[in-house]
Design a protein around this ligand. Sequence first.
Ligand code: PHB
Length: 394
Amino acid sequence: MTRIRTRVAIVGAGPAGLFLSHLLDAAGIESIVFDSRTREEIESTIRAGILEQGTVEVLSQSGASDRVLTDGHRHDGIELRFAGAGHRIDFPAHVGRSVWLYPQHEVLKDLIAARLAAGQDIRFGTTIARVEGVDSELPRVFAADADGAPLEVDADFVVGADGSRSVVRAAVTGSSTGGYFREYPFAWFGILCEAPPSADELIYSNSENGFALISQRSETVQRMYFQCDPEADPNALSEAEIWDTLQARVPGTTLKEGPIFQRDVLRFRSFVAHELQRGRAALVGDAAHTVPPTGAKGMNLAIADVLVLNRALQALLLRGDEQPLHAYADIASQRIWKAQHFSWWMTSMLHVAPDASDFDRRRQLGELRSVVESEAGKTYLAEAYTGWPLAVGL
Ligand code: PHB
C-alpha cells in the first residue's frame, strides 16, 4: 500500500479538474489529479463543442489553452428553424458577445499537454474507491493505482471533478445519487460524418417529426443529432435511414450527406446535487450537475464552478480564510440553476414530447414565434447562450 500527501486531491482529469489544477498551480498550491481513464481515452471521448465567450477568455488569458482562438471557430449566431423557415439569432447584435465552436476533447488535449509540461502530477488509470474524513482537516482518498495496488491520499482538500458518475459525491451529499433530478422522454442520436458543412452556423430545428441539431466539426467533418427514443439502438438504422430522418427534420434545408463514421445515443437528464460542498470537499462540473445538451452549457458551467472554487481554495489554503468556501455552493448554484432553466427551456421548446397533444404542438410553435419575433426574446436567448457574466474571474 502506498500513502501520499498532497494539498489538493483532484478527482477527475476532465476540463474542470485540469483547469482547477492549472489555476491552483499559478497560485502556488500543489495538487495531484487522479482519473480512472487513460490519457488516450480522455482525449478521444467525443463531447459537445460550444464555448461561451467568458470560457474562451478565461481559458486563453490564464494560459491554459489558447488554441481555441486559432483553431476554434467564432459563431455570431444560431438558427432556430420551425414550421419550414429559419430564424437567425444574431448574438453580437443583441448582446455584443459570441460563442466558439471548439470541441471539448480539443480543450482536453490542450489542458493535459499544458499541465504535463508544467510538471503537474496526473495519475491516469487510478480508480477511486471512496473519500473519508471530509469533516476533518485531513480527508483521505482511497484508491487503486494503474496496477491495482492500493493507494491512500491524504489532502487538505478533496475536489470531486469526476463526472456524472462521481465517487466523491457520496462524501459530500451522503449518497452517490442525492440530488434534484429530472429525466426526459427522449434522447439524441448523434453522428459524425464526412461531408462539407450544410450551414455556416448551428441549426436548432423543431419539426413535426421531432428535433434535430446540425452542428459542425471542420470543413470535412460534421456533427449532427436527431431526437430519438432513449432506448434506441445506435446500430439499428442504416445510413440511408439516418439521412432520411435528418433531412425530414430540417424541412426547407437540404443537408449535405456523406459517410457516417461514428454514431451514439445520448441520454438526457437534468441533475443538481443536494450539496456542493461539505467540510474539506467540494463538487465541480458534471459531478455537481448535469444539463441536457440543448443549451450547450455543460463544459461552460464546469469552468464557472472552478473559478468560484479556485478563489475559495486560495483563501482557505493560503490565508486560512474559510469564508469564501462557505459561500461556494450559494454562488455556484445561482449560475447552475439559471443554466438548468435555460437548458430545460431550449429542450422543451424544441423537442416533440412523445405524448404531445395537438394543443401542445401549437402552443410550442407559438412559443418559438414569440422568441424569434421579439427583440426581448432574442436577447434573452443570446444572453443565455453566449453566457452570463462570470461571478468570479481569474
Ligand atoms: C456539438 O457540436 O456537439 C453541440 C453543439 C451545440 C449543442 C450541443 C452539441 O447544443
